[in-house]
Each structure stands twice: as C-alpha cells, then as structure tokens.
Design a protein around this ligand. Structure first.
Ligand SMILES: Cc1cc2nc3c(=O)[nH]c(=O)nc-3n(C[C@H](O)[C@H](O)[C@H](O)COP(=O)(O)OP(=O)(O)OC[C@H]3O[C@@H](n4cnc5c(N)ncnc54)[C@H](O)[C@@H]3O)c2cc1C
Length: 453
C-alpha cells in the first residue's frame, strides 16, 4: 500500500513536495484554505488588472525549474531580458551587464553617480578610494563576520566608506535580494547569503499565466498520479498521538473531517504548524529554536497603471537612494495581457522603514508615493495613477518571506513524520520560491529514504 501523505497548504513548497512524492508512488492529498493553489504566488484582479499577490520573477536556473522538469510540470515563461539601474540624483537609467555581480553594480554606479559636476569630480576621488577599500575587505577573510550577532551590514560597510550614495547602493542590493534592510540585517548572514550560489542575481522570467500557473501545473502532476488537491479546505488541526502525526482535521462544508496520514507536511509556515499541532507535541528545544529564529519579513508592493509605458525596456529596475523603493518591474512590457488593451501596469517593491517593527502605514504610503514620483517625474503626464499599495506587515499572512535569510528552520521537526516546507525552511542562502522548492526537495528526499512505500 502506498503511504498516505497529507500536505497542509498549496503554496510552491507544498505543491513541489506533493508532485515529487506523487510521482514516486505516494498517495498525496493537498488541502488549502483558499479557493486557489499557489498561496503567495496567486494573482488578484484589481480594476481589470492582473495584480500579482506575491512572486513575479521566476528564477530560470535552479531548483524550482529542475523540480518542474523532473515531475513533468509545464507552463509558459517569458524571459526578462535585462536589468537597469537608477540612482537618485543620477538622472538616468543605465543597463546592467547580463552577468551582474556586485563588482559590475559598482562600475555601473560610478557611471550614473549623481551630484553637481564640480562636486562630482572631487567626490569621485574619495569614492574610488572607498570602493578599493570595500573591494579589498570583500576579498579578506579576516574582514568577514561570521556567527550569530555582530554588526549589521550597514555598520560593517561604514568602516570602509561614508559615501551616502555608495551606502544607498548596498542598501538596494541587500533589500532587493534579501528583502531586509542592510541596517538591520546582521553582516554575518549577509555574507553567508551572498556567498551561496543560488542567491546571486540570475536569469529571470515572468509566467504569463501568473506565477500561480507553476502551482497549477504541479497540481496537474499530483492529480495525474492519483493524488488530490482540495481547495476551500482549511486545516483546523494537525493530529498527533504517541509522538507521531496521525493526520489532519479539516473543515469541509462547515463540518470537521479527519484525514488520516502516515506523513504530514505543512506548508503553512513553521509558526502556524506549531499552532495547528499544539506545542506539547514538540521537543522543548525545537519550540525554543523556532521562537528565537523566525523573523517574518514585511514588504510594501505598489502597483501603478498608466496610459503610456513609464519605462520602455522588458526589464526589471534596481533603484538606489529612494526613501523605500528598491526594485520595479514594468509588468505589461513583458505580459501585456495583465492590463486592459492599451493600458500599462508596473510594480514597485519597497523595504519598509523597519523589518523588525510594525509598519507605520500612513508613513509607508507617503514615502512610496513620493518615491514613484521621484523615479518617474513624468508619471502624471503619462496618465499614471496608483492602483494599489499593498502593505504586508510582519503579522500579515502574505509577508514576502516567513523568515529572514539565515533565520530558517529545518524541514524536519521534532515529530519524526511531520515536516515543514516553504520559504522559511530552505537551506542557508536560499530565499523566496527557490527556498520553498528546495525545502520540498529536502523533505521529499528524506521521506523517500526513510518512509519507503
Ligand atoms: C510582494 C511579494 C513579491 C514577491 N516577489 C517574488 C519574486 O519575484 N520571486 C520569488 O521567487 N518570490 C517572490 N516572493 C516570495 C514568494 O511569493 C514566496 O516565497 C513563496 O510564494 C512562498 O511559498 P511557500 O511554499 O512558502 O507557500 P505560501 O505561498 O506561503 O503558501 C502557503 C499556503 O498554505 C495555505 N495555508 C496556510 N494555513 C493553512 C491552513 N490552516 N489550512 C489550509 N491551508 C493553509 C495558504 O492558504 C497558502 O496557500 C514575493 C512575495 C511577496 C509578498
């Protein structure tokens, strides 16, 4: 008899785990409380526009496409061909080279570095010196910080420069990749994260059907192997007895129903897994580790519509020196079908004032609105208006990451047949959907070796 696996949550992590296990002969049931698969990758319709609730960029190389290939999940992709850089005061956009590491970013920064000409020439000398010092520090193992605690990345970089534009550049790089402010992110985790191969800025695509199409395709794989994907089915409880998970209690048509299982995988995030199971089921040490580690990451996502495109290339933008915004994507330059005919949609992503404190919502809306006008001063002339500003506080279900990079929990819990998958459970260096996919790979591999059919 194949082993029964119940998966709580149809996000990327849950669907990847489900597809890998279904393909390997396990009997898989995925339950999600929402009316769609995809979790934070789902699309909402706002005023006739297809607005992504979360993930937009699909990393073309790496674990998620590898799993999709392995299980036979197919969907359309449209590559994002280039990336552009903008710095406040520089007055222009500059295209980044295809293979863009931090060194290339600094080169680009020098080209578009702002300031009045006389001042600029003077400043360039100091700047070159700072860049040389930072370059040397990056190569010097003694300058690196390891272990928990220690200085933030901002404190670390301020040892080598006080140039505010260069500091703004590193703030943008940190926020764009990890979604955490450099002045809050420990330098030790910054280095660990940026050293991991998968953390590098890489090749991306947009999914024309919305990122949710990835989970839909994985759902088809699960169903083609006899598995089930049950929507509108919240899990009320993860059931345990004698130190093991025995299944889940879900709600169907207002009634509680038990689904027995040999293995339970939760994609609801480690904190919710704890709440659904009850603390008493876990080792004290596991609970303490979870409580001290998990740091949900907030984000502000603004969606802007216009009559003329605000930006022409099919590319993402990295922006430095703004109050909050660090990246933007002219979505309809790549996927015009996400807007009504002749209209344009662009998304802007910002790291709030603090990733540790609750959001000051009015302040965030004001700062993000000012940033949009700063980067596109002709915004109104092009018929631009803000469609939606989504404030994802640290307590929101749809945070950008359930934990900061470096603060992840392992997929295994102290209950031997209960696993966590999702973006808080990838190995060091992995973030976002690649972290969710990698956690699924780790959980599935463990189950294939230790819970054989
Ligand atoms: C604004 C924004 C922009 C982003 N941009 C990108 C990007 O460009 N590229 C990228 O790779 N990533 C991006 N991300 C991150 C990405 O969306 C997430 O990392 C990823 O979707 C998380 O997947 P997950 O497996 O952790 O599951 P989640 O998406 O968190 O899914 C969990 C599922 O569990 C379900 N669930 C929870 N509790 C229960 C319960 N009790 N019963 C039943 N079901 C339950 C939920 O309904 C949900 O469907 C972005 C996120 C945000 C918010």
């Amino acid at each position: 008899m194949p082993k029964n696996v119940v998966i709580v949550g149809a996000g990327v992590g849950g669907m990847c785990a489900g597809a890998l296990l279904a393909k390997n002969g396990y009997s898989v049931t995925v339950c999600d409380k929402l009316d769609t698969v995809g979790g934070r990758t789902r699309t909402q319709t706002v005023g006739g526009y297809g607005v992504p609730r979360g993930a937009v960029s699909f990393q073309l190389n790496g674990i998620l496409p590898a799993i999709c290939k392995e299980v036979g999940a197919t969907f359309d992709l449209r590559p994002v061909s280039e990336m552009w850089f903008w710095i406040k005061g520089g007055g222009e956009f500059a295209q980044l080279p295809a293979k863009s590491g931090i060194g290339k970013m600094i080169e680009m920064f020098l080209k578009v570095h702002g300031g009045a000409d006389g001042v600029k020439a003077m400043a360039q000398v100091g700047l070159q010196l700072s860049i040389a010092k930072i370059g040397a520090a990056f190569k010097d193992p003694n300058a690196m910080v390891t272990g928990d605690g220690g200085p933030t990345f901002r404190q670390w970089i301020e040892q080598y420069t006080d140039n505010k534009d260069l500091i703004a550049l590193f703030h943008t790089i940190t926020s764009a990749v990890s979604a955490v402010n450099d002045f809050e992110y420990p330098a030790s985790h910054w280095f660990a994260h940026f050293a991991a191969a998968d953390a590098r800025m890489d090749k991306y695509a947009l999914v024309p059907g919305g990122f949710v199409a990835v989970s839909r395709a994985l759902g088809k794989v699960i169903e083609s192997h006899g598995g089930k994907v049950l929507l509108n089915t919240p899990t009320l409880k993860i059931d345990t007895a004698n130190g093991k998970a025995t299944g889940v209690t879900v709600q169907v048509d207002g009634q509680s129903k038990t689904i027995p299982a040999d293995i339970v995988i939760s994609n609801a995030g480690p904190t919710q897994t704890l709440a659904l199971t009850g603390e008493a089921a876990f080792d004290k040490a596991y609970v303490e580790k979870l409580r001290s580690r998990i740091r949900p990451t907030p984000i502000v996502a603004s969606f802007v519509v216009s009559d003329e495109p605000l930006f022409e290339p099919r590319s993402a933008i990295l922006a430095a020196g703004l109050k909050r915004i660090v990246t933007a994507v002219p979505l309809t330059n790549i996927c015009p079908e996400w807007a009504p005919d002749g209209k344009h949609l662009m998304s802007f992503y910002a790291t709030p004032k603090s990733c540790l404190q609750p959001l000051d919502k009015d302040d965030e809306i004001k700062a993000n609105t000012e940033d949009i006008h700063d980067i596109f001063p002709d915004f109104e002339k092009k018929g631009g208006r803000i469609l939606d500003i989504q404030l994802r506080d640290i307590t929101d279900a749809d945070v950008v990451a359930r934990s900061w990079p470096g603060y992840n929990m392992p997929v295994q819990t102290s209950v031997p047949n209960l696993f966590n998958v999702g973006d808080a459970c990838g190995p060091a260096g992995f973030i976002a959907t690649p972290a969710a996919a990698m956690s699924a790979r780790l959980a599935a591999d463990h189950i294939l070796s230790n819970f054989k059919n």
